[in-house]
Design a protein around this ligand. Structure first.
Ligand code: 0PR
Length: 393
């Protein structure tokens, strides 16, 4: 660090130059991420209220009220207008909090949680941190949690089940109603990870898509993750943890007595936390309303279906499954999918690579022109790599 500070202008110029090599959302090249390019209103209010700290809630009671309203608005999308929860750093923190609450409520020795193979790796982090054994069970042929496998995995140490509503790899939705029945029958905590799907499924339902029960409508669901910084168009960090009721949230709430604003209860991993995130999410929910999000999801799905249809016309390529939401799994029986991903990356496409497929996510910032360009490059890569001619043995 140099001794003498540099003028602001020089810093700004250097940042422009240094950060130019990063991917941008506007380019449409980030086609494998779940993060949002934040809505302009969210950027504006976030910057305006940057100093708000919900770690010391007594100083910012007005932001705390906005947080309660935000959680209620999100809850009302998820069949529970009166949940208890927080806007936190992201899906990882939400999943950790859920397993923490499950551990507190289960009170068992050597606790175990059962998750589908498709569950996000944040559950493994949570398991490691909380000393909960994670038991992953297989999926059925539709890439959804296999209920029989879940039942078979239950032991006297099981404290919780996890279901995913919008899986990381393919956007699939687990049979949450069945998981709810199993959870109730066995007196287990059930957490639904709708980090991505929470801002998609309620609107797909309104658009007339067939959407199975995935939320608090299933009576066994204890908590849900739903991230505004994914399909909610909010700036990072904005994850969401919703507990069915205050009693569950209180299992993990910690009294902090010395604060400038007076004693407060934290139910988050972090202490100091962003009130600006809350203001941004609240503003977006109020501004876009259900209709705004519905239009966004409608457009994303239209482009997703176009992409999925056109992939199937390319020799050697296929999709893993009909898209449930705005995520397409691209695979091949004849080409090494890793080489296809390398080809796409060398042409400047930031795709996500899973063991058997490439994940494409059609986020709201992705335009039709981007999809067309992506398909053009995909066709040429498939042609180059030989399509059916270079069949894998
Ligand atoms: N639950 C699910 C279902 C997820 O897909 C993710 C992240 C999480 C929880 C964890 O959320 P946080 O990352 O907010 O803690 N899925 C993102 C994804 O697969 C993570 C990510 C985001 C990775 C942006 C890359 C990226 O560019 O895209």
């Amino acid at each position: 660090m140099q001794k003498k500070g540099l003028p602001q202008k020089r810093i700004l110029e250097e940042l422009e130059q240094r950060l130019a090599k990063d991917f941008t959302y506007e380019s449409g090249r980030i086609i494998g991420s779940m993060c949002s390019n934040p809505h302009p209103l969210a950027r504006k209010v976030y910057a305006r209220y940057l100093e708000k700290n919900l770690g010391d809630v007594g100083l910012f009671p007005a932001v705390s009220e906005l947080e309660t309203e935000t959680i209620q608005m999100i809850g009302s999308l998820l069949s529970n207008p009166n949940p208890s929860g927080h806007i936190i750093t992201g899906g990882t923190e939400a999943n950790i909090l859920a397993l923490w609450a499950a551990k507190k409520s289960g009170k068992k020795t050597n606790p175990e949680v059962i998750l589908p193979a498709s569950a996000h790796c944040s559950f493994d982090k949570a398991g490691d941190l909380l000393d909960i054994k994670t038991i992953r069970v297989g999926l059925d042929r539709n890439f959804q949690a296999d209920i029989d496998a879940v039942k078979d995995a239950i032991t006297p140490h099981t404290i919780a089940l996890v279901g995913v509503a919008g899986s990381t790899g393919l956007g699939t939705v687990d049979p949450i109603e069945s998981l709810s029945e199993v959870a109730l029958d066995n007196d287990l905590y059930l957490h639904v990870d709708a980090a991505f799907g929470g801002f998609v499924l309620p609107f797909l339902k309104e658009l007339g898509y067939e959407v199975s029960v995935f939320d608090f409508e299933a009576p066994g669901v204890s908590s849900m993750t739903v991230d505004p910084h994914k399909m909610g168009l909010a700036p990072i960090p904005a994850g969401g943890i919703l507990f069915r009721n205050k009693k569950i949230r209180e299992l993990i709430s910690w009294n902090v007595s010395y604060l400038a604003g007076g004693e407060a209860k934290h139910a988050s991993i972090v202490g100091t936390r962003s009130g600006a995130s809350v203001v941004a999410v609240w503003s977006l929910l109020k501004h876009l309303g259900k209709n705004g999000y519905k239009q966004i999801v409608k457009r994303c799905m239209k482009l997703t279906c176009k992409l999925a249809d056109e992939i199937q016309d390319i020799e050697g390529l296929e999709i893993m499954a009909k898209p449930t939401m705005n995520i397409v799994g691209l695979t091949s029986h004849t080409m090494d999918i890793k080489r296809v991903a390398e080809g796409l990356r060398s042409k400047g496409w930031a795709v996500a690579l899973f063991p058997r497929h490439i994940r494409v996510v059609i986020m709201p910032y992705v335009q039709e022109t981007h999809v067309n360009r992506f398909l053009e490059d995909l066709r040429s890569i498939a042609h180059e790599k030989g399509g059916r001619k270079e069949a894998l043995s």
